[in-house]
Design a protein around this ligand. Structure first.
Ligand SMILES: [Zn+2]
Length: 853
């Protein structure tokens, strides 16, 4: 038996032992209830950072806990391995993306294994390998057959540096690319889309089923889907057969329309533009074409627009109104046109004021005396309709339906529901992604690659220059293939898929990861789904989670799974932050090791530095390398610190002193258990528990109760660790070392500790003489009788003044308490023949005697 706690030695030993024993394998044939614990899989950058460590440790504690609690557990890991960095590495270092990715995966897998994670590595998946992406392609074709994958010409966000199309969410609020930092341009390209809008309503209403998700995540999804209920209305163009269609959530304000606005790209724009405005309109369109969508719609930006010279007619009152174009109206969104109601819409009010367009009031507050007030800002509240012909005097909330009914009868409008959610643009003009399995034939058009010919493999020996179109577009041998349909010469699709597709179904693959006949067996997917606990970063609150939900619903409709939703419970862990030092004058971050923490100054300029906690990152020079922490203290200490320092959903501030604190705690447990083993006490089971034993039992079962409760639902690991410390202290203080109760206490402590610090718990468990793994044990049950407090401390007061305390049975009645207090030494001494006028008894607390002065 080692006398010193040597984390490195025992951790390596047990990690190897556990692999040999197959402890982390997923039980296949078992009657136990199932539990599917899943971490969001990482991109294999090559280096594990603290954010990863926190994520995977949280999931691991849950997986280990559930095994102890009698579940069969699926706890897999894999790699979200397609994406730009591998391609950039190929450009910078001339390494094929596949080789670079394989190296990184090997490196990260090794790093993960040092954390002692109970992962079933037999089910490892990597999205970039043909045995996985074959099925991504097969699933794409499922979408295609369902009419949910289609091509259309679309204005896209074009990154001029990476030469690729970006999704909206890859463009920041200033209009710059998330990866290259380049100013994003707009460009028209033929693109593949997934029709996620067909599922908008289900994706919205099924949020109600997700009771185990954080409310803020559900709210973010709800806003992203953005349902609005309103009216579709048509405004005829004067002297033309054309009509401008708009969507509005405020049909009650339609009599207040004083202009309409088209998106610059709207097909009607050239048709309504007059000769006199032509040059100005074309100039404006040219200007807008280089702006990203996010720039155009940014709230804080002035709205730019210009008159086309054309005139539309408000069908409700026959008024002639000007037609404008403006940058804030997007052709891809809604109808690509909006009606302008400056009196009752904040944005329109600003725009009309700037453009000197008329403002016409049609809603006034209840009991208003003036039907034509001069507004200083838009009146957006409900009220009474005025200047609205037959609708005058009506409540505006009722007016909405009345106007829609009227428009429907007249034939120029109807009720409509609109969503902010748009179809998912999945085309990427990149090499390192899953090839879209279709062929373009001059005779047959778009032809899916037959299932038997899947996967369409990525060609090797590709040249990466970093410029121009996708490297695939230059691979003549690969592109030119006979049409699967008519055998005439045809061309492969050269776009690859958005990597979010790869990660939209990986949780299903894990249920049947080695199947080379199917993406996954229906029975296996149905057996393990849903994921019971999903753990990952809040940055995935919208896209990854929404796309995964969409995939699950489509696959359900194709009969491939039987569930509506993929993830029952979601835990979004907080960030890992560390102290950062920044020079407020230069804005530069200074590496932590160049700063004296006592008086932080810039070593170059001598300026005082700002000191604050910030997310660990390379650019802030404040990362803590997991390898270093593990090397110094071991995985168990790192795990304990991460779990103890903050509740899992909150940000965690790195603190070396607290890491040290956890290391000391594990050392105390080490000495406690090994000290016990060395004394080789006889284990005596008394029929009646002594007072000492009763106290210790209470401590043991309180720990079981508190920790079990902390690990239900919200997983309050931090308070659970505090309870472990209390139990360890109670054992340290207890004198009854040769009692069976003490032995129970030591074993319980180790089992409760096992999910948190699995290696040291295993080592000490074996030191106690067990020869099976502690991770095969059963989570201890609370004995409620052990929690009963049988004696309490009673305070004795005379005239409200405390004279002393006595120990009394906890279940004593009021009368008994009074009697015990009177007869006690303290009572007799202080009352000594005095006449007691009154006795106040507070059960469980005190007895107060009132006597004459
Ligand atoms: Zn053909």
């Amino acid at each position: 038996m080692e006398s010193q706690y040597n984390a490195a030695a025992i951790e390596q030993k047990w990690q190897q032992q556990w692999v040999k024993q197959g402890l982390d394998k997923t039980p296949e044939n078992s009657d136990k209830p199932k539990f599917y614990a899943l971490s969001m899989f990482p991109y294999p950058s090559g280096n594990l950072h603290m954010g990863h460590v926190r994520n995977y440790v949280i999931t691991d504690v849950i997986a280990r806990l559930k095994r102890l609690q009698g579940y069969r557990v699926l706890h897999p890991m894999g790699w979200d391995a397609f994406g730009l960095p591998a391609e950039n590495a190929a450009i910078d270092r001339n390494i094929p993306p596949a080789d670079w990715t394989k190296q990184n995966i090997a490196q990260m897998r090794q790093q993960l294994q040092t954390l002692g994670l109970s992962i079933d590595w037999d089910r490892e998946v990597a999205t970039c390998f043909p045995d996985y992406y074959k099925w991504t392609q097969w699933l794409f074709l499922q979408f295609y057959q369902a009419g949910l994958a289609y091509q259309k010409e679309a204005a896209v966000n074009w990154d001029p540096v990476d030469q690729t199309v970006l999704a909206n969410e890859q463009v920041d609020s200033e209009g710059y690319s998330w990866r290259s930092g380049a100013k994003v341009e707009r460009k028209l390209l033929r693109q593949w889309f997934f029709k996620i809008t067909d599922y908008a309503e289900q994706l919205l209403t099924d949020l109600d089923k997700l009771s185990g998700w954080p409310d803020r995540v559900k709210l973010m999804q709800e806003n992203w889907i953005g349902k609005s209920v309103g009216a579709y209305l048509e405004f005829p163009v004067k002297d033309s057969d054309e009509k401008i269609a708009v969507f509005t959530t405020r049909p009650d304000t339609v009599y207040g329309v004083t202009y309409v606005v088209l998106a610059p790209e709207h097909p009607l724009t050239p048709k309504v533009t007059t000769e006199g405005q032509k040059a100005a309109v074309e100039g404006f369109i040219e200007e807008v074409s280089n702006e990203s969508e996010i720039e155009r719609t940014a709230e804080d930006k002035p709205k730019r627009g210009i008159l086309t010279g054309g005139t539309a007619i408000n069908p409700f009152n026959g008024e002639e109104i000007p037609i404008l174009i403006a940058d804030y109206v997007l052709y891809e969104y809604g109808t690509g046109a909006v009606m302008g109601v400056p009196a009752h819409d904040t944005r329109d009010f600003k725009f009309a004021t700037e453009k000197q367009l008329p403002i016409k009031v049609v809603i006034v507050p209840e009991n208003s005396e003036d039907n034509n007030p001069t507004l200083t800002e838009a009146y957006t509240e409900p009220g009474i309709m005025v200047n609205s012909s037959d609708f005058d005097g009506m409540q505006s909330t009722e007016g909405k339906t009345a106007i829609i009914d009227y428009a429907e009868k007249q034939g120029y409008g109807k009720a409509r529901i609109q969503y902010r959610l748009r179809d998912w643009l999945i085309s990427r003009q990149r090499y390192w992604g899953c090839p879209i399995p279709v062929v373009h034939c001059p005779n047959c058009g778009t032809v899916p690659v037959p299932d038997a010919d899947l996967p369409v493999k990525l060609p090797e020996n590709v040249e990466f220059t970093g410029r121009g179109a996708s490297p695939l577009a230059k691979m003549e041998d690969w592109i030119n293939v006979p049409c699967p349909n008519c055998s005439e010469p045809a061309k492969r699709e050269t776009d690859t898929m958005d990597t979010f597709i790869d990660s939209s179904w990986y949780y299903l693959r894990y249920t049947d990861a080695i199947n080379d006949q199917e993406a996954f067996k229906l029975e296996k997917a149905n057996d393990w789904m849903n994921v019971d606990q999903y753990v990952g970063g809040i940055e995935h609150a919208i896209l990854h989670l929404l796309y995964s939900r969409f995939f699950t619903k489509v696959l359900r409709d194709r009969g491939l799974v039987n569930v509506d939703e993929p993830f029952n419970r979601l835990l979004t862990q907080g960030m890992v932050q560390a102290m950062a030092y920044k020079n407020p004058k230069t804005g530069k971050y200074i590496p932590v090791d160049k700063v004296n923490p006592e008086s932080p100054k810039d070593p170059d300029t001598g300026d005082d530095l700002d000191v604050f906690y910030e997310k660990m990152s390379k650019s802030k020079y404040n990362g803590v390398d997991p390898k270093k922490v593990l090397g110094k203290y071991g995985a168990d200490t790192a795990r304990m610190f991460i779990l103890f320092k903050a509740p899992p959903e909150k940000d965690l501030e790195w603190d070396d002193a607290d890491v040290e604190g956890q290391f000391r705690f594990l050392n105390r447990v080490w000495r406690l258990v090994n000290g016990y083993v060395e004394k080789k006490p006889e284990v005596i089971s008394n029929k009646e528990f002594s007072k000492e034993e009763k106290g210790l039992r209470r401590a043991i079962h309180t720990a079981i109760k508190e920790i079990s409760e902390d690990l239900e639902g919200d997983y309050q690991f931090n308070t659970a660790v505090s309870e472990l410390m209390k139990l360890s202290n109670a054992l340290n203080d207890a004198k009854c070392i040769d009692s069976a109760v003490y032995r129970e206490g030591i074993e319980t402590l180790l089992i409760l500790l096992a999910p948190f610090a699995p290696h040291i718990a295993e080592e000490l468990w074996h030191n106690l003489g067990h020869d099976h793994s502690i991770h095969l044990e059963t989570w201890p049950q609370v004995d409620p009788t052990a929690l009963v407090v049988d004696e309490i401390t009673l305070v004795i007061q005379i005239m409200g003044k405390t004279r002393g305390t006595i120990q009394v049975p906890a279940n004593s009645s009021k009368e008994e308490l009074e009697k015990l207090a009177r007869e006690s030494d303290i009572g007799q001494r202080n009352l000594d023949g005095k006449e007691v006028k009154k006795v106040i008894v507070v059960p469980g607390k005190l007895v107060n005697f009132v006597v004459p002065k």
